[in-house]
Design a protein around this ligand. Structure first.
Ligand code: NI
Length: 138
């Protein structure tokens, strides 16, 4: 674990009051933890902007009866097998499926995969959760 460093921050009282109110709603234990969260969020966002390695998940909801949908998704996912590390399929009801695709690798490739599966006809909802491998967050 890294050495702890203390530092002071100057900011407008109004801004701090708003921040305190937000962290209270989120049940954050203290300002230090809230600032750590903000810094990590910024670092993760920065990881997605460059050529490093990221991790995340693509969540899809689709009607599996839709013609050719499963074939198209499988074709795309086979083309991106280097970044797909796991895939979970849940049958939500008679028609709808939830698929969670865990990804790790180049942010550009993962974004491309997310864009491609999102554009398949019959995909009702697709979200990309931009997470991190965690290596650069300490
Ligand atoms: Ni299903």
């Amino acid at each position: 674990m890294s050495k702890l460093v203390r530092f002071g921050i100057s900011l407008e009282k109004g801004l701090l009051d708003k921040f305190d109110s937000v962290i209270k709603k989120k049940n954050c234990p203290n300002r230090s933890e809230a600032f750590r969260d903000l810094i990590r969020k910024e670092l993760v966002s920065e990881e997605w902007q460059r050529q490093g390695e990221i991790a995340g998940a693509i969540t899809l909801v689709y009607n599996h009866h839709k013609r050719d949908l499963l074939n198209k998704l499988a074709d795309i996912e086979h083309d991106f097998q280097k970044v797909i590390i796991s895939n979970q399929h849940i049958h939500l009801d008679h028609d709808n499926c939830l698929e969670i695709v865990a990804v790790k690798g180049s942010p550009q490739k993962v974004q491309k995969l997310a864009d491609m599966v999102k554009s398949v006809k019959g995909v009702k909802c697709a979200t990309l959760s931009m997470a991190s491998t965690g290596k650069n967050l300490e």
